[in-house]
Design a protein around this ligand. Structure first.
Ligand SMILES: Cc1cc2nc3c(=O)[nH]c(=O)nc-3n(C[C@H](O)[C@H](O)[C@H](O)COP(=O)(O)OP(=O)(O)OC[C@H]3O[C@@H](n4cnc5c(N)ncnc54)[C@H](O)[C@@H]3O)c2cc1C
Length: 659
């Protein structure tokens, strides 16, 4: 949110197009007329620290936001006084039932808007009745927010972050995407992130000369028409630099001499799978057909599961003949597809599928929804594909931060939300800044990207009982053990590519990611090696410290033994090594028990049977990896886009990504 001094400048053109976040101010008494672009540009540079006392003005693009009847006029004074400050101005907030918010074409004089001295309720009422109500009947495009309070009042407000249209909670890829999308629509957005950096499970950390990706190491959705590509085109920003992975992954089954390579070229992959799994082509062809139908369906932006008429319309609009046919398999698992195609007895194929599906859906073949499984099994091939980001995974979050800042949204790092309360027609968010100082934020709407299990504590009694029970009944998602290592590059084999899987016993199957030479993660001649294992999370908590350390050492030794098997790496060759357990993930991401990966794509929780982004509480929305279509940076971005569309549609607006 940008502010400018009201006693210097400001004009309110009803017709001119003012970009979100731009500000200006008016001469007291000056009629609201044309706003010179140069002035807007200068005002947009002002920082909050440069604010002076006096009236401040904020212009935002006209928008229908919340149905509040005709309009509301709020005095700023009472709240400022309650905070121990001195108010010298007033705040007008105009909200119209339909369409735009704000003043109409008729100019209003700022002198009439600014009561002399103390706020005079009767004067405000007259102003409201005579001047502003008639304006509200006209179509208007812009929103004028007048704020005035003294510097002292503002300082004493320190814990009060003010109001906003939408508070987005969680600065991972889902939250950044949602906040940037909403801010680009002209909404006043505050993004609260508990950590000192954004990215969450797709963030990075540094150790000496090494940069480690915390969780996600490969991205989908960078191809033309992919969700990340669509979003960055919408924001008018370049996609972070990335290279397609070929193979997307090399899968090493225990006891096999050579790995199975998931080649990017579909024909090459077909040859590979025919060689590796003779007699399984019908299964792969069925998966390919289901995937194509899923992809066409997903490309028409459905809303799943539908919870309103609008949602249902989006869903029905996305259904085509192919998705109707594939819908027959909604309740089926990947194992059912194997049986249907007569390859249910192919144990080697089962083992391969279990490895891949547990990585992407948290479930093995006999528990992964067929429609979900068919798509993740096709992710590595063109025209889709998996990508390796240059620099680090953090580049994606940094680019989204840029989109948010460019749209005038505000990112608040180190702001941990602790309590979420419905208040009147909006929400009150309470939490702590940097672990100590309390903050309060009021928002019309809240979009939470946190795991739904956290809502139980955040909302307390405000959460309807049936919804609480539903969330309580979800099975525990997985936790992760992740080894972050660095080795001389000469110690690594060259035949595997950058990503590999190993069927391994203790502590579990490994997913390994190796940095590329010159990709910014390790000095020349060295490489980072990240090996992750999905594991039950709860047993890592509540252990006495010595038992925890012992368990951690065992896990580390088990993963290093796996890396020796897969890459020939001996423990003494590591230049750096450390292990994160679910405890570490709980601390880094704020996720309960360090749960990662959403809810698992069992048919009972997939698509129409999943958790909806529309909650039973008005003005509270969800997105992230527990919401359709599920985990992964591409999945959570899509869920963020859908939740934003729903939020805006509920307020009479459409969100379409720019082509
Ligand atoms: C080991 C591992 C490997 C993975 N590999 C891949 C991969 O290769 N490719 C891929 O696409 N995906 C991968 N994923 C999944 C992917 O990282 C996630 O699905 C995705 O990043 C989740 O994004 P999100 O924004 O929904 O949640 P998060 O990334 O968890 O973001 C939530 C944010 O909310 C913040 N937060 C938490 N509590 C609070 C609070 N109370 N107040 C304010 N802020 C709060 C957190 O600090 C965090 O930044 C992997 C995940 C893991 C753990």
């Amino acid at each position: 949110m940008l502010w400018a001094r009201a006693d210097e400048v400001a004009l309110l053109p009803a017709e001119a197009s003012i970009a979100a976040g731009q500000t200006g101010a008016v001469q007291p008494g000056e009629a609201l007329a044309q706003l010179p672009p140069a002035l807007l540009a200068a005002a947009a540079q002002l920082q909050p620290a440069q604010q002076q006392h006096g009236l401040t003005l904020q212009f935002r693009q006209g928008q229908r936001f919340r149905n509040r009847g005709k309009c509301c006029l709020r005095w700023f004074q009472p709240r400022a006084r309650a905070q121990g400050g001195q108010a010298i101005g007033l705040c007008f907030q105009y909200r119209q039932q339909r369409g735009a918010i704000g003043f109409g074409k008729k100019p209003a004089s700022i002198a009439q808007l600014q009561p002399p001295g103390a706020v005079d309720a009767a004067a405000a009422h007259r102003l409201h009745r005579r001047q502003l109500q008639p304006l509200l009947r006209q179509p208007a495009r812009h929103h004028l927010l007048l704020h005035g309070h003294s510097r002292r009042a503002r300082c004493q407000h320190a814990g009060m972050l003010s109001r906003c249209d939408v508070a987005v909670v969680g600065g991972g890829v889902a939250g950044l995407t949602a906040a940037a999308l909403l801010a680009a629509e002209g909404l006043q957005v505050e993004l609260l992130e508990a950590h000192s950096q954004t990215g969450g499970c797709a963030g990075t950390f540094r150790r000496g000369p090494y940069t480690f990706d915390v969780g996600a190491t490969q991205v989908a959705g960078f191809e033309p028409g992919g969700i990340h590509q669509r979003l960055f085109r919408h924001f008018g920003l370049p996609l972070p630099q990335a290279t397609p992975l070929d193979p997307g992954c090399s899968v090493q089954l225990a006891g096999d001499a050579a790995p199975i390579a998931l080649w990017r070229d579909p024909a090459h992959w077909q040859q590979e799978r025919q060689r590796q799994f003779p007699g399984s082509e019908r299964f792969w062809q069925l998966c390919a057909w289901l995937h194509q139908s899923n992809w066409a369906f997903a490309g028409r932006d459905p809303v799943l599961p539908p919870r309103s008429l609008w949602d249902l319309r989006q869903l029905l609009g996305a259904v085509g003949p192919a998705s109707l046919a594939s819908g027959v398999l909604l309740g089926a698992t990947v194992a059912d597809l194997l049986s249907l195609c007569g390859c249910g007895g192919d144990q080697r194929l089962w083992r391969f599928l279990n490895l891949q599906l547990k990585l992407y859906s948290q479930e093995p073949a006999d528990r992964t929804a067929a429609l979900y499984g068919a798509t993740v099994l096709a992710m590595a091939q063109a025209p889709l594909g998996l990508w390796h980001l240059q620099g680090s995974m953090q580049r994606l979050s940094t680019a989204l931060e840029q989109a948010l800042a460019q749209a005038g949204g505000r990112l608040r790092l180190r702001h941990r939300l602790q309590r979420l309360k419905p208040v009147g027609s909006g929400w009150k968010l309470e939490g702590v800044v940097a672990g100590q100082r309390p903050f309060v934020l009021e928002a019309e709407q809240v979009l939470s990207t946190l795991p739904p299990q956290l809502l139980l504590d955040l909302l307390g009694e405000s959460l309807p009982q049936s919804y609480r029970q539903r969330i309580d009944a979800f099975p525990d998602p997985s936790g992760a053990l992740v080894l972050y290592g660095a080795v001389p590059r000469v110690c690594l084999p060259s035949h595997l590519g950058l990503h590999a899987q190993l069927e391994w016993g203790d502590p579990g199957n490994l997913f390994v990611s190796i940095s590329a030479e010159g990709d910014g993660r390790a000095p020349a001649g060295q490489a980072t090696v990240i090996a992750s294992v999905f594991t039950a999370a709860r047993p890592w908590f509540g252990l006495p410290e010595p038992a925890y350390q012992e368990r951690k050492q065992q896990a580390l030794a088990g993963i290093q033994a796996g890396l020796q098997q897969l890459l020939g790496l001996r423990p003494e060759q590591f230049l750096h090594v450390e292990l994160a357990t679910p405890r570490g993930f709980a601390g880094w991401t704020g996720r309960p028990f360090g749960f990662v990966g959403g809810l698992g794509q069992h048919p009972s929780r997939f698509g129409p049977f999943g958790l909806a982004s529309r909650t039973p509480l008005s003005g509270l929305w969800l997105c992230g990896d527990a919401i359709y279509p599920g985990e992964g940076t591409a999945g959570v971005s899509l869920s963020a886009f859908t939740a934003c569309r729903q939020l805006l549609a509920a307020n009479g607006r459409a969100l379409q990504l720019r082509a």
